[in-house]
Write a protein that binds this ligand. Structure first.
Ligand SMILES: NC(=O)c1ccc[n+]([C@@H]2O[C@H](COP(=O)([O-])OP(=O)(O)OC[C@H]3O[C@@H](n4cnc5c(N)ncnc54)[C@H](O)[C@@H]3O)[C@@H](O)[C@H]2O)c1
Length: 318
């Protein structure tokens, strides 16, 4: 059945992929973005699609969801991705971060529930676990985590609010990568930087010994998790309620990443090691057993996802 879906953050990296997939599947999409970190060109693939309506608005505007529901009575699914996405920015602007990443979510969730909207899916984050050293990280560990930043605190409060309400779902994503990712992102910006070094024929620069690991998930698998969570999956998986980690369950080292990208860009395999950066988490890897029990499994292999990302980066630079 075709649905009308709201995607907040539709001009961002993940939101633009989700919007494109929903439109490709024949759904209608209302997109909201204020371009705080997104770009008009991220919407090039769908801005003229008849099924897409764009609103340049902020999710912090009171009554936004009720207004959209009044204008589009069929609106039945909310994907809440818009957020302050930079951890350093959140440290400099803790109040704004709390307003966007917690209060706006809370108000939108309450409104969605009151309006009888079927699905509400929120973009949670591995940052909710702070510097957790028990691996793989299980969903319940966040309760006693010391979140390291206003970003992590606000995301954690949103996820906890969703779980307590018994309505909606928070997907806690680890490190997402793919075309259109932001090179400055704390999650996977390292991939864009390695691609830049590789294409320029320069040595890769690694901070620390390169043995730090992350759980990298390709963006199309993220879209699949969103569709499952909202009950829009073509294979009939979902919908989901509560909090779910989303990752591959595998840790990949930054050194391994540099080596694969060097191969894909035909760069020299030289690496310049620089001193470790303060505050960097050593290892991060999701326990994915909860979402795996719902039928989710990452489909795109790390090397294949990297090849697609490098290909996109090369095309966008030429
Ligand atoms: N990229 C990752 O690896 C990752 C990992 C975990 C969680 N997340 C979460 O996923 C979501 C999407 O992240 P992304 O990587 O696509 O980032 P992004 O910056 O590309 O996308 C976020 C979008 O939200 C928009 N936005 C910000 N504040 C807004 C507001 N007040 N009103 C309307 N729009 C607003 C931005 O302009 C941008 O287009 C975020 O909530 C982020 O915290 C991302």
């Amino acid at each position: 059945m075709k649905k009308t879906c709201l995607v907040t953050g539709c001009a961002g990296f993940i939101g633009s992929h989700l919007t494109q997939s929903l439109l490709d599947a024949g759904h209608f999409v209302l997109g909201v973005d204020n371009f705080a970190s997104g770009y008009v060109h991220n919407m090039d693939g769908f801005i003229d699609n008849a099924g897409f309506t764009f609103y340049e608005r902020s999710i912090a505007e009171e009554g936004l969801l009720a207004e959209l529901k009044q204008a589009h009575p069929d609106l039945d699914v909310v994907f809440q991705l818009a957020a302050v996405v930079s951890v350093p920015y959140s440290v400099e602007h803790p109040e704004l971060t709390m307003q966007i990443n917690f209060e706006a979510n809370r108000d939108m969730l309450d409104t969605a529930k009151d309006l009888g909207i079927s699905s509400f899916v929120f973009a949670g984050s591995a940052a909710e676990y702070g510097n957790e050293d028990r691996l793989p990280v299980k969903e319940e560990y966040a309760q006693d985590a010391e979140q390291l930043s206003p970003y992590g605190i606000a995301k954690y409060k949103s996820s906890a609010y969703i779980e307590d309400s018994g309505y909606g779902c928070s997907l806690r994503f680890f490190n997402i990568f793919g075309p259109r990712q932001d090179p400055t992102s704390q999650y996977s910006g390292v991939i864009s930087r390695f691609v830049d070094f590789g294409l320029a024929g320069k040595n890769m620069v690694i901070f620390g010994d390169g043995e730090q690991t992350r759980d990298f998930l390709y963006v199309s698998d993220v879209v699949t998790a969103y569709l499952i969570a909202a009950g829009l999956d073509e294979q009939g998986r979902g919908p989901l309620t509560g909090i779910y980690n989303v990752g591959t369950g595998l840790g990949r080292s930054v050194h391994e990443l540099a080596t694969v990208v060097a191969g894909l860009t035909s760069a020299p395999e030289g690496i310049d090691f620089k001193p470790e950066r303060a505050g960097d988490i050593r290892h991060s890897r999701a326990d994915i057993s909860k979402i795996a029990a719902e039928g989710f499994k990452a489909e795109v292999a790390f090397e294949k996802g990297l090849a697609r990302t490098v290909d996109w980066a090369m095309k966008s630079k030429s």
